[in-house]
Ligand binder design. Structure first.
Ligand code: FES
Length: 108
């Protein structure tokens, strides 16, 4: 099982991007003590979401935001609630938090 990072690497209401062994670029964010991971691909035009490094959240750190056209996504579900891809969703990445404090890619 591949360890992506430690929980301490991702503070509450922040996000970090990582590359998986398969070469996928993903990001993880923490909300209310839980961790959520998604492929770094906007469902609108299949581009990366962030413009600045690790800037995946909107100004209020409430939603995930695509920097290209400003689509907003729910942190917990990845669903787009505003923008050109409304109703579509980010692709979730299955992760597991283990007792060693590591965040791992879940086995398929
Ligand atoms: S490419 Fe993300 S909202 Fe258009």
């Amino acid at each position: 099982m591949f360890k992506i990072c430690m929980t301490d690497d991702i503070p509450e209401r922040e996000a970090r991007s990582f590359e998986t062994p398969e070469g996928d670029v993903i990001f993880i964010t923490q909300r209310d003590g839980s961790f959520y991971a998604y492929q770094n691909v906007c469902p609108h035009l299949q581009v990366e979401l962030e413009f600045l490094e690790n800037q995946f959240l909107d100004r209020d750190k409430e939603y995930i935001e695509c920097s290209t056209h400003g689509a907003l996504f729910m942190v917990e579900s990845g669903e787009c609630i505003m923008g050109p891809c409304q109703g579509q969703s980010l692709e979730k990445v299955a992760i597991q938090v283990h007792s060693d404090g590591g965040i791992y890619l879940a086995d398929e």
